[in-house]
Design a protein around this ligand. Structure first.
Ligand code: PMV
Length: 326
């Protein structure tokens, strides 16, 4: 009997880039999810169908054989192969698998799609073999897959995709999870420009190498914004949260990670009444987010589309990974 698992994407509300040096970052699970349907196969292949992304193929002895799409797409799917194999290894089983991947989270724009897919894969495979893994273990095994794509990620994405809710993350101190009393509404504006987190982080490091005291002052300021922003969010204080998002955007611009496309969407959203708007994630493309009261959601979405962004209405969610038998 096949198993379906889903896991949420994420958005960074405060503290991207500064968190590499000094925390905290505030990250929210969003109600856009990735889905993986897993079933056993009689052979030893791990077959992955990602047809809505335009490719599918299988792994045999960790080598990728495309069925549709180009061979290099195996790079995108290698994380799932590793996550699935590590999960089976942990459970002491050895089987072929078929994994069908469907996602409502745009890829490579900072919304945590790869982590959501990895987490859903681990949860689906675990349930398929009645593994009964704890959520901590699901997160840990999915991190093994994530490392294949991202090198050394912070671990925020797989945590938030596993547990849902609001995550406050600080290097050294780790993760703390919170629930929101009052759920605010957001509109994401996707510039559709893909970018590499690693390159953006490297760019900030180089800027800091050349201008250490200036960049450190900006990082300190973002860290203060992030702490106050977290408090405002938890109190349900929309105007204050929005104001701090605006400050955070200005400071990220100062670090050189915004783009004219992101700025256009940020200012357009503010003009239409958003309480606050900022880029989210590594910048250099990808997405911005706007905190928007119910009455303004329609006009903010419209203006984002007018300036050629993809608009995605999202609410934060407490629901982390969920698996069920089909
Ligand atoms: O765009 P994303 O979701 O990959 O976010 C990266 C967040 C950074 O702070 C820029 C990097 C990091 O590892 O924390």
């Amino acid at each position: 009997m096949a198993v379906e698992a889903t896991a949420p994407g994420k958005m960074i509300l405060f503290g991207e880039h500064s968190v590499v040096y000094k925390g905290p970052a505030v990250v929210l699970a969003i109600d856009r999810r990735a889905k993986v349907v897993a079933d056993k196969r009689d052979d030893k292949r791990i077959y992955i169908d990602a047809e809505d992304l335009g490719f599918s193929g299988y792994f045999e002895e960790d080598i990728y054989y495309p069925v549709t799409g180009k061979a290099w797409r195996g790079r995108n799917l290698a994380a799932l192969n590793i996550a699935a194999k590590k999960t089976m290894g942990h459970l002491g089983v050895d089987s072929g698998l078929s994994l069908m991947v469907r996602s409502m989270i745009p890829i490579a724009v900072g919304l945590g799609s790869s982590a959501a897919v990895c987490v859903a894969t681990v949860a689906a495979v675990s349930e398929l073999f009645e593994g009964g893994l704890t959520r901590e273990k699901v997160s840990e095994l999915s991190f093994e897959g994530e490392k294949v794509i991202h090198g050394m990620p912070s671990g925020v994405d797989n945590n938030v995709a596993t547990f849902g809710g609001v995550m406050r993350y600080e290097r050294g101190a780790g993760f703390e999870r919170f629930k929101l009393e009052k759920v605010p509404h957001f509109v994401i504006g996707n510039t559709r420009r893909k970018r590499s987190t690693r390159m953006m982080v490297e760019g900030v490091k180089e800027l800091r190498d050349r201008n250490t005291s200036v960049v450190d002052a900006i990082i300190d300021a973002i860290s203060a914004v992030s702490k106050d922003g977290f408090d405002a969010l938890m109190k349900g204080d929309g105007p204050r949260t929005g104001e701090l998002m605006n400050i955070n955007h200005g400071l990220l611009s100062a670090l050189g990670v915004s783009t004219s496309e992101l700025d256009t969407l940020v200012y357009a959203a503010r003009r239409e009444g958003a309480l606050g708007a900022k880029l989210t994630g590594a910048g250099g493309g990808g997405c911005m987010i706007a905190l928007v009261e119910e009455a303004c959601l329609g006009v903010v979405e419209k203006t984002i589309r007018r300036y050629r962004g993809q608009s995605i209405r999202v609410d934060p969610t407490d629901e982390g990974v969920v698996a069920r038998r089909l």
